[in-house]
Design a protein around this ligand. Structure first.
Ligand SMILES: [Zn+2]
Length: 477
C-alpha cells in the first residue's frame, strides 16, 4: 500500500489553476499526496494519512525547476570569480577565466553534491545539469533525491584566448564522439532505477559546434522525444563570431539551419539583435523565437555581475516566449535568482511594471517544466508529482505575513524553507538535507579549490599566479 501524507490547514498554498493556466493563492486548505503523486487539494481531506503535517504556520509552494545549471564546476569559483571581468571580451570573464581555473575530476564530484544540496535547500526539486560527464554522475544525482536531467556536453571546439583574441581549436571527430556519448548517457539516465532521471541534448555553444553537429544533435533530440538546449547569444563575442562566420545573428542562423522549435531552448539568449550592445540592423530575433516556440533559459546572476542583462524579461514574455530560470553560477539558489530576475528586468526596462513575482514564479516552475517536456511538475494540483516545499511563516524573514510569495522572493530567499519533498520523499527536513553531507562536500571542495589555484600559473599564458589573476577583494595589511 502506498503511504499518504496530508498537510492540513495550510495557511497559504500556491495552487495551480489548470483552467486559467496560472498559480493562485489558496488559504486554509489541505494537500495530500499518495506516494509520488498529489491526490487531494482542497478543504477537509477525509481520507486516511499515515503522516500528518500541521500546515497552519506554513506556505506550501510548488518545487522549483532549474533549467540551466553547471553545478559540479561552479562552487570552486566562490571567492575567486565574482568580480572578474575582461574588457577585451566586453566585460565577460567567461573565456579567459574558464581556461585558467579548472577544477579536477574529484573537485567536480564534490562540487556536484554541494550544488545539489544548495538547490534542494532553496526549494529546487528538478534540475537540468549541463556538464562534461563525470564518473558516477547519474548515481550522484539520484542519491541526492532530486529529479534530474543530464545535459552531457556535445562540442567540436575548445576556446582559447590569445591576448585580446578568442581562438577556437576545432576537433570535429571529438564532437562526433561527444554526440554519441551524450545519446548513450541519456538513455542510461532514462533506464536508471531511481525513475527520476532523464536527459536533454546539449550542444555546448552555438559557436563551438559545427553546423553538422548542431543539426544532428537536434535531429537526435527530435527522434528520441528529448529536449534540446544550446548556449546561444550568451556573449557579445559569440554574436560577433557568428556574424563573421555566417553574416547574421546567432538566432537567425539557428533558424536557418533548422535547430529551433518547441523542444528547443536557448541558454541565455541575451544578446539578440535588439540588445543595446549589439546594434545589428534587424529586429527579428525575438519574433523568431516566439514563432518557432523556442524557449529561453534565463540565468540573470552571472550576467549581472558583468554588468549585462536580458533586455528584458518582460519584453520576452510579452512576445510570447516561454522562459525558464536557471543558476548558471554560484550560488545555486533559485529564490535569489528569481529576485535578481525581477531587479535586472526592472533596471533594464526602466519601469517596474515589466515584471512581477507571478511572472518569475511561472518561469521557475511551469515554464521550466515545459522546457523539460513535463506537465506534471512545477505545479500543485491533483495528479501532479509530489514535488513541493514548505515555508515557515514564523521565520523572522517572513514576518509580518502579508503577501508571503513577495516576502520569499524579495526578503527571505531560502532561509525559511523548512521541508522539501521530491516524488513524495522528504529530502530536506527542518532546513537540513537528509541525503547529502554538505560539510564533507565542502571539505573536498576546499582541497580541490587549492589544487585548482596551484595549477593556474601553468595554464595562464602570462604565467600569473591565481592571486594575480584573481586578486582578493581587500588588500592584506
Ligand atoms: Zn551555461
Amino acid at each position: 500500500m502506498t503511504a499518504t501524507t496530508c498537510i492540513r490547514n495550510i495557511a497559504w498554498l500556491i495552487a495551480w489553476d489548470a483552467r486559467e493556466g496560472r498559480h493562485t493563492y489558496r488559504r486554509d486548505v489541505d494537500l495530500a499526496f499518495e506516494g509520488d503523486r498529489i491526490a487531494f487539494v482542497g478543504e477537509g481531506y477525509a481520507g486516511a494519512a499515515e503522516t500528518e503535517i500541521d500546515g497552519r504556520g506554513l506556505m506550501v509552494c510548488p518545487g522549483l525547476v532549474n533549467v540551466h545549471c553547471h553545478g559540479a564546476g561552479q562552487i570552486h569559483y566562490k571567492g575567486v570569480r565574482e568580480d572578474l571581468s575582461n574588457p577585451h571580451f566586453f566585460g565577460s570573464a567567461l573565456y579567459d577565466f574558464t581556461t585558467r581555473f579548472l577544477p579536477d575530476e574529484a573537485g567536480h564530484k564534490a562540487g556536484l553534491n554541494f550544488a545539489l544540496g544548495e538547490l534542494l535547500l532553496s526549494g529546487t526539486t528538478s534540475v537540468l545539469h549541463i556538464a562534461h560527464p563525470v564518473e558516477g554522475w547519474l548515481d550522484r544525482l539520484a542519491a541526492s533525491g532530486i529529479r534530474g536531467w543530464i545535459g552531457p556536453y556535445v562540442s567540436c571546439a575548445r576556446w582559447r584566448t590569445d591576448g585580446p583574441k578568442l581562438v577556437f581549436d576545432w576537433d570535429e571527430a571529438g564532437g562526433r564522439a561527444s554526440l554519441d556519448r551524450a545519446q548513450a548517457l541519456i538513455r542510461e539516465a532514462e533506464r536508471h532505477p531511481s525513475g527520476r532521471l532523464g536527459g536533454v541534448m546539449a550542444p555546448a555553444e552555438i559557436d563551438t559546434c559545427s553546423e553538422e553537429i548542431l543539426r544532428d544533435s537536434a535531429a537526435v533530440a527530435r527522434d528520441a522525444g528529448w529536449h534540446y538546449q544550446v548556449h546561444c547569444s550568451e556573449s557579445v563575442n559569440q554574436v560577433r563570431e557568428i556574424q563573421e562566420r555566417h553574416g547574421t545573428t546567432p538566432v537567425q542562423w539557428a533558424q536557418k539551419i533548422g535547430i529551433l522549435g518547441p523542444n528547443a531552448g536557448l541558454g541565455h539568449a541575451i544578446f539578440l539583435d535588439h540588445h543595446s550592445k549589439i546594434h545589428w540592423p534587424t529586429r527579428t530575433d525575438l519574433s523568431i523565437l516566439a514563432e518557432t516556440e523556442t524557449s529561453v533559459a534565463h540565468c540573470p546572476t552571472v550576467f549581472s555581475r558583468y554588468g549585462q542583462t536580458l533586455q528584458d524579461f518582460g519584453r520576452y514574455r510579452r512576445a510570447g516566449i516561454t522562459l525558464g530560470i536557471g543558476t548558471d553560477t554560484l550560488p545555486h539558489n533559485m529564490l535569489e535568482e528569481m529576485r535578481t530576475a525581477i531587479v535586472a528586468a526592472r533596471i533594464a526596462s526602466g519601469y517596474a511594471e515589466s515584471i512581477y513575482p507571478a511572472d518569475v514564479l511561472e518561469a521557475a516552475t511551469v515554464g521550466g517544466a515545459k522546457m523539460l517536456g513535463r506537465d506534471d511538475i512545477g505545479r500543485l494540483t491533483v495528479g501532479a508529482k509530489a514535488d513541493l516545499f514548505t515555508v515557515d511563516l514564523a521565520h523572522p524573514s517572513m514576518r509580518p505575513v502579508r503577501d508571503p510569495l513577495r516576502s520569499l522572493i524579495y526578503t527571505a530567499a531560502e532561509r525559511p524553507v523548512r521541508d522539501v519533498f521530491v516524488d513524495g520523499r522528504k529530502v530536506v527536513a527542518d532546513g537540513r538535507l537528509t541525503t547529502i553531507d554538505m560539510d564533507a562536500a565542502a571539505a573536498e571542495i576546499e582541497a580541490a579549490q587549492a589544487r585548482m589555484e596551484a595549477a593556474v600559473p601553468g595554464l595562464d599564458p602570462e604565467g600569473r599566479s591565481a592571486v594575480d589573476a584573481a586578486p582578493y577583494s581587500l588588500p592584506f595589511a
